[in-house]
Design a protein around this ligand. Structure first.
Ligand code: SF4
Ligand code: SF4
Length: 83
């Protein structure tokens, strides 16, 4: 694994800190499909294959449920829930 795997983007939402490891995300869209809040959108930041990564569309919609992190086949999302 090269250091590019550790590229990341953080989005601070109301309920959780959302981190996408853009050096891992392959842009498959599974997390978007499974997000119960339908709050994930394609990012301007590119993933490992040069396709868009994902991010929450704003600070409001994400509930911090962690489903996106659970379903990602590549563990490219980290959800840290706020108290
Ligand atoms: S933590 Fe839950 S609500 Fe937030 S983006 Fe992931 S699946 Fe959607
Ligand atoms: S499921 Fe993982 S690899 Fe696929 S788009 Fe989402 S974060 Fe990227």
């Amino acid at each position: 694994m090269t250091t590019s795997a550790y590229k990341m983007k953080e989005v601070d939402t109301k309920k959780a800190l959302f981190t996408i490891f853009t050096g891992i995300c392959k842009g498959c869209g599974l997390c978007m499909e499974k997000c119960p809040a339908k709050t994930l959108v394609w990012s301007k930041t590119l993933g490992v294959y040069g396709t868009p990564a994902v991010e929450p569309k704003d600070a409001e919609g994400c509930t911090g449920c962690g489903m996106c992190a659970t379903v990602c086949p590549d563990c490219a999302i980290l959800i840290e829930r706020k108290k």
